[in-house]
Design a binder for this molecule. Structure first.
Ligand SMILES: Cc1cc2nc3c(=O)[nH]c(=O)nc-3n(C[C@H](O)[C@H](O)[C@H](O)COP(=O)(O)O)c2cc1C
Length: 143
């Protein structure tokens, strides 16, 4: 079995009140638990950042489905790698909602203010990704 960790960002196509976000989370959590997929969803300033972990074929199939979901658009893969262990092993889909500034700080970017800028930096400098992941791991989770 090949374990992989895929990270992508996207932009919500509609206003995302908590009720809509929770609908995604509740459904994702039960579906992911069945498929042994773990990960974390970040939502900040209309931008999603999601980390999906699991068997490569399972994650690839899930990503294909997620990509066509009309609730978001502009899916950009930030990283996609084989890993020896999961970062978010305990969560079928954790949810963290930091500020844009917090996210930037976790990426080691002091003067970056928008989520888009931070994600652009993560994409061009993947070396910054592990620091963000470990900050997300210890960040307070929303229900
Ligand atoms: C930002 C975002 C993240 C999502 N994350 C997951 C996820 O982790 N797991 C999952 O099963 N569905 C997730 N979904 C929902 C899928 O896009 C899709 O609606 C779901 O897999 C239902 O597929 P089905 O119609 O085949 O049952 C997500 C949707 C969005 C918009």
């Amino acid at each position: 079995m090949v374990l992989c960790q895929l990270i992508y960002s996207s932009v919500a196509t509609e206003i995302m009140p908590k009720s809509k976000l929770y609908k995604i989370l509740v459904q994702a959590r039960s579906a992911n638990a069945l498929r042994d997929v773990t990960g974390l969803l970040v939502f900040v300033d209309s931008v999603f950042l999601q980390i999906l972990e699991g068997e490569r074929e399972v994650v690839t199939a899930l990503m294909k489905k997620i990509e066509t979901d009309p609730r978001h658009t502009g899916v950009k893969i930030i990283s996609d790698s084989d890993v020896s262990a999961r970062t978010f092993a305990a969560w079928s889909m954790a949810y963290v909602s930091p500020s844009a500034k917090e996210l930037a700080t976790w990426a080691g970017l002091r003067n970056t203010t928008t989520v888009e800028a931070t994600l652009g930096m993560l994409q061009s400098e993947p070396g910054r990704v592990p620091a963000v992941l470990s900050s997300l791991l210890t960040a307070p989770q929303q229900e």
